[in-house]
Write a protein that binds this ligand. Structure first.
Ligand SMILES: NC(=O)c1ccc[n+]([C@@H]2O[C@H](COP(=O)([O-])OP(=O)(O)OC[C@H]3O[C@@H](n4cnc5c(N)ncnc54)[C@H](OP(=O)(O)O)[C@@H]3O)[C@@H](O)[C@H]2O)c1
Length: 258
């Protein structure tokens, strides 16, 4: 009876699962009766995740892989069942400081944030296509909606993910697979510790994970939060360029000359 109950559980794969929003999603999914396959590079951090969730030890599998490495991802794909939920979350944020402009910042973020998602998608989607079911959640950002100071390397990767999700949505719909795009505002994780300004609407990763799961099954394509900040940012995208440029310059104190 116990085994039967276990077999009825849905399976979720999460990349970038060892900390931040990904780790909170792992915790919440386990609490919501999912089996979880958690992927990130650091085995040390993944072991910590396992020990935090020792109560669910039969439902949590962890794998170390770098999302820039297709062979590592394909090896994992061979060992697991087709997921009901594929969360492509791994990503990094490095601001651009114009005085120390470095092409490496751009290459790294493009390789992890954009191509890393595509490589993960490639590794895990094939079984989902055979199964003709499931949901793919792609982690973008509000930073992908409009150009912001210091985000010239990060924002285009998130914008590219948005267009990837919008496009692949048509192709996957034919296979009964739903695509969702997640565009959070500021979430209090290691990634945003580099920010030296007060982040409007900053929320905790557990709150972010709760909002994602609450909205995972609704009909909306995009999950975005927190409400006030995302509405404000959405309004900016509808304004004439010169006006949104001036407002962002003012709000971020970029209107003062160096
Ligand atoms: N925090 C925010 O304000 C915010 C806002 C909007 C969108 N997002 C997006 O949300 C996602 C998660 O961000 P977060 O804030 O939770 O960041 P985080 O706390 O820094 O966590 C990032 C996760 O990604 C993993 N990761 C990084 N590079 C990887 C690689 N090459 N291969 C595999 N895993 C890798 C890290 O684990 P390992 O080091 O073990 O690999 C870690 O588990 C990112 O895509 C980010 O862009 C964040």
């Amino acid at each position: 009876m116990k085994k039967l109950k276990n077999n009825l559980k849905k399976t979720a794969i999460i990349t970038g699962a060892s900390e931040g929003i990904g780790a909170s999603l792992v915790n919440k999914l386990l609490q919501n009766n999912y089996k979880v396959i958690a992927i990130s590079r650091s085995l040390k951090k993944l072991s910590k995740l396992k020990s935090i969730n020792s109560k669910y030890k039969n439902d949590l599998k962890v794998f170390s892989a770098d999302v820039t490495n297709s062979s590592q991802l394909l090896l994992i794909a061979k060992k697991i069942v087709s997921p009901d939920l594929l969360i492509l979350n791994a990503g990094i944020y490095k601001p651009v400081f114009i005085e120390n402009f470095s092409i490496e910042t751009f290459i790294k973020q493009s390789e992890i944030n954009y191509l890393g998602v595509i490589k993960s998608f490639d590794a895990f989607i094939k079984k989902m296509l055979l199964n003709r079911s499931g949901t793919v959640l792609i982690m973008s950002s509000i930073a992908g909606w409009i150009g912001l100071p210091k985000a010239s390397a990060y924002a285009p990767t998130k914008s590219a993910l948005r267009l990837f999700a919008q496009s692949i949505r048509y192709d996957l719909a034919q296979y009964n697979i739903t695509v969702k795009l997640c565009s959070p505002g500021f979430v209090n994780t290691k990634a945003v510790k580099v920010n030296d300004f007060k982040m409007p609407g900053l929320i905790e990763p557990d709150v972010a994970a709760g909002l994602i799961l609450k909205n995972i099954s609704n009909k909306k394509f995009e999950i975005t939060f927190p409400w006030f900040f995302s509405t404000f940012m959405k309004l900016l995208t509808h304004l004439p360029d010169n006006l949104s440029y001036k407002l962002i310059k003012y709000a971020t104190s970029y209107d003062k000359e160096k």
